[in-house]
Ligand binder design. Structure first.
Ligand code: N7H
Length: 477
């Protein structure tokens, strides 16, 4: 059974958040840092504590209590460079995860990020902070900037940052603040689509699993359990998970203008409806969350309002498999974002015996950053203020998880494989390379649309989020 007191809360439950700060740091004094970890570790919120927090939020809502509930949670994760600097042998982590050892900057070219080659080195077009060495990240999530900042201040004091450089064991690399969008858009990402609908349910953890995709063995998300690709782990590396972070900017006015300029020419639709349909066919869901595999040509508000289970899983809303399609993409383009990133029947039913996608599942925990689109941006169709997604996901393998989804699926024009006549093309949101896809026009499925960049990666790193026991007994001294 899973020891919920030993696993960091963000991994299985997601720290509850209206706002979240990612504090990236470099360790400057390993010995001092590891001694200060003793005081820091009790602040780390576990899965068990997150479950309690979520129950308190639900009780509060049920009672109709309108007062704000204060809530804050801290988690921590380290890069390979961070473990090395601390003198921690992480060979068990790096032996299958060479990209964890390399770091994301060195993996950026293979992910398809743009950049320039300087000498023999590829330098991605990232924010300068992410070109520096990052040793770790502290996540602070909460109900308001006030609560989060207060907690972050406490963390900084523990590591001596408040007392000036001589007393501190770490140096800030950068802090990024993410905020859930306001009002009706809460839960929707910046392009306008409801997010966080489909995440893997975990055998032995989620009581009321999703009826759509199969539940995964715990080891797909938590090290040291059935499904973990590495059979044995040292005690400190059990009950942890790899955290992939990506700083993804979204060109929202440009995305909206592209939809406006390229409505799907389906008879009976107004141009506005045609544009809305194109967006839905890019994502595989309507903005409301309704899957187009169930409701292909118009949104279905009743389906979208699908009530959530206790664990937050939607039911009908995620109960589809792209099964009816065969080798045709009238209902859903092969390259639609949710089809590329979780191909369901496309692989599971592939003749002769199907291919399991369980090892490729990830738990997504992102949050939005940046302001709402302004009037000027709407009018000009050009981004002035940076905004996007602080993409974060957990899995026991980055190679099988995030990196596989990005490189072998999203960026791969011939994936999914079943069509003999049409080349699926790239994931229209996150695909990098020759950005075009087929299947946007239901009546002309081989028609290809060439796309500008809608999502631009500007930084990131690969981390490992250790257990509480690992923090207390191995990392802290
Ligand atoms: Fe994606 N979007 O808002 O349009 N994503 N995503 N994603 N994504 C999903 O089903 C989005 C990104 C996955 O289980 C939804 O919960 C945007 C990366 C996976 O059926 C929406 C960005 C990767 C799923 C978005 C972005 C993934 C998923 C539907 C970048 C991995 C679940 C909501 C700015 C490489 C698939 C839902 C499933 C769903 C959006 C990035 C992966 C709306 C804007 C980089 C696995």
């Amino acid at each position: 059974a899973l020891n919920l007191d030993n696993i960091q809360g963000d991994i299985l439950s997601g720290l509850p958040k209206k706002t979240q700060t990612y504090f990236f740091f470099q360790i400057t004094d390993a010995r001092l840092f590891r001694s200060q970890l003793v005081e820091f570790t009790p602040l780390v919120k576990t899965v068990a504590q997150v479950i309690k927090d979520r129950k308190a939020i639900d009780d509060h809502k049920r009672k109709g209590d309108k007062t704000l509930i204060t809530m804050v949670g801290v988690n921590i994760a380290f890069s390979h460079k961070g473990f090395a600097f601390m003198g921690i042998d992480d060979a068990n982590l790096t032996k299958t995860e060479t990209i964890f050892e390399m770091g994301q900057k060195k993996d950026a070219q293979s992910l398809g990020d743009k950049g320039t080659t300087v000498g023999s080195e590829f330098v991605p077009d990232w924010e300068p902070e992410f070109l520096q060495d990052i040793h770790g990240v502290i996540l602070v999530s909460g109900d308001s900037h006030g609560t989060v900042n207060k907690k972050l201040q406490q963390v900084k004091e523990i590591f001596g940052l408040a007392q000036g450089p001589n007393k501190s064991s770490i140096k800030a690399v950068t802090s990024i603040v993410g905020d859930v969008r306001p009002g009706k858009e809460s839960g929707h990402e910046h392009f306008g689509f409801l997010d966080g609908i489909s995440n893997p349910s975990v055998i032995g953890f989620d009581k009321d699993p999703n009826p759509g995709p199969k539940p995964v063995p715990a080891g797909v998300l938590v090290t040291g359990h059935e499904g973990d690709p590495v059979a044995t782990r040292p005690a400190w590396a059990v009950d942890g998970s790899f955290l992939t972070f990506r700083y993804l900017f979204q060109n929202v006015p440009e995305f909206d203008k592209f939809l406006k300029d390229h409505p799907v020419p389906l008879p009976g639709l107004t141009p506005e409806e045609g544009s809305e349909l194109l967006g839905a066919r890019f994502v595989g869901r309507w903005k409301s969350g309704t899957p187009i595999d169930i409701s292909p040509f118009r949104d279905d508000p009743e389906l979208a309002a699908d009530p959530k289970s206790e664990e937050g899983f939607c039911h009908r809303n995620n109960n589809f498999r792209f099964q009816a399609e065969g080798s045709f993409q009238k209902i859903c383009p092969f390259a639609a974002h949710v089809r590329k990133t979780l191909p369901r029947a496309d692989l599971e039913d592939l003749p002769p015996n199907g291919i399991s996608i369980q090892k490729n599942r990830i738990a997504r925990r992102g949050v939005q950053f940046g302001p709402e689109v302004t009037k000027e941006e709407k009018l000009t169709g050009k981004t002035i203020h940076g905004r996007g997604l602080l993409f974060a996901c957990y899995s026991t393998s980055i190679v099988n998880g995030f990196a596989f989804l990005q490189k072998s699926w999203a960026n791969n024009p011939t994936f999914p494989p079943e069509s003999a006549t049409e080349v699926p093309g790239l994931d229209p949101l996150i695909g990098q390379g020759q950005r075009k896809l087929s299947g946007t026009d239901p009546n002309n499925p081989s028609f290809e649309l060439t796309l500008p960049d809608f999502v631009v990666p500007r930084g990131g790193e690969y981390f490992f989020s250790p257990s509480l026991k690992g923090l207390r007994e191995t990392l802290a001294v």
